[in-house]
Design a protein around this ligand. Structure first.
Ligand code: PGA
Length: 255
């Protein structure tokens, strides 16, 4: 596990986008695991810039998103379908057939979750998974206490997570109570992980993730077991770390 501290969220986003772009340049049919939330927005902006200005080609790229609220239609402004099309997909040359996002409107949710896992296997497995982290240490909607071996399934959201996300809805009441989420085992199967965090609100979760013991109480700590995980944080999210960390990856993969 490599921890990289950047001065600003913008620098964090540039490095994260470069790592993803490298995967695509080496493997045009790359399978990307994508995330929603405020944190990856800068990465998506930079990927869009790389596409528009440097010709980064998404035409054969396949994507799988981490999660989606149960009960929100795909065109609901707070659905993760809507988020992904608005903030990334409509700006790049991705083939809509290659986009996979959990279907929160599925009639048979357990059946859908099995199908979603099968599609990842059929696509050849995830090459790189982008992750944010919750203030409580969750990854995707795997809240504290989630099985570290879990697969895609429906989860009840923590009150803390619902409150954190209430800013996007008109009231806390409107925040869905359930979500479909890749499991921690699903995420760990990805060949590479990038976990991003910015701001002092994430400092405690980052401290526990980077320097604490592995525990289901802080699901992000599982990344310590991954053979190729990069945690990229800004100064504020790094503010509670006690060890020295570099500002660049040890193997510079930048072209
Ligand atoms: P955020 O969410 O990027 O909006 O802070 C991250 C998460 O909850 O996983």
């Amino acid at each position: 596990m490599e921890v990289i501290i950047k001065e600003t969220p913008e620098e964090m986003s540039r490095l994260s986008a470069e790592l993803i772009a490298e995967v695509i340049r080496h493997k045009p049919r790359a399978v990307l695991g994508l995330a929603t939330g405020s944190t990856p927005l800068g990465t998506y902006k930079e990927l869009i810039r790389l596409h528009k200005q440097e010709g980064l080609d998404f035409s054969r790229v396949v994507t799988f998103n981490l999660d989606e609220y149960v009960g929100l239609a795909h065109d609901h402004p707070q659905s993760y379908h809507y988020f992904m099309w608005e903030n990334l997909f409509k700006h790049i040359n991705i083939n809509a057939k290659n986009v996979h996002i959990p279907d929160g409107t599925a009639k048979d949710i357990p059946g859908f979750c099995r199908w979603y896992e099968e599609q990842m296997v059929k696509a050849g497995g995830l090459d790189i998974q982008l992750l944010g982290i919750g203030g409580n240490g969750h990854i995707a909607f795997n809240e504290p206490g989630s099985s570290l071996g879990s697969r895609t399934r429906v989860k009840t959201l923590d009150e803390k997570t619902r409150q954190d996300n209430a800013r996007f809805f008109r009231s806390l009441n409107e925040v869905p109570k359930y979500a479909i989420t890749m499991g921690i085992g699903t995420i760990m199967d990805s060949r590479q992980l990038i976990l991003l965090a910015t701001g002092s609100g994430k400092a405690e979760a980052i401290l526990r993730t980077c320097e604490g013991p592995i525990t289901a109480m802080v699901p992000a700590t599982i990344v310590q077991l991954h053979p190729k995980a990069t945690i990229i944080v800004d100064k504020q999210a790094a503010s509670k770390l006690t060890r020295e960390y570099p500002a660049e990856p040890s193997v510079l993969v930048l072209a």
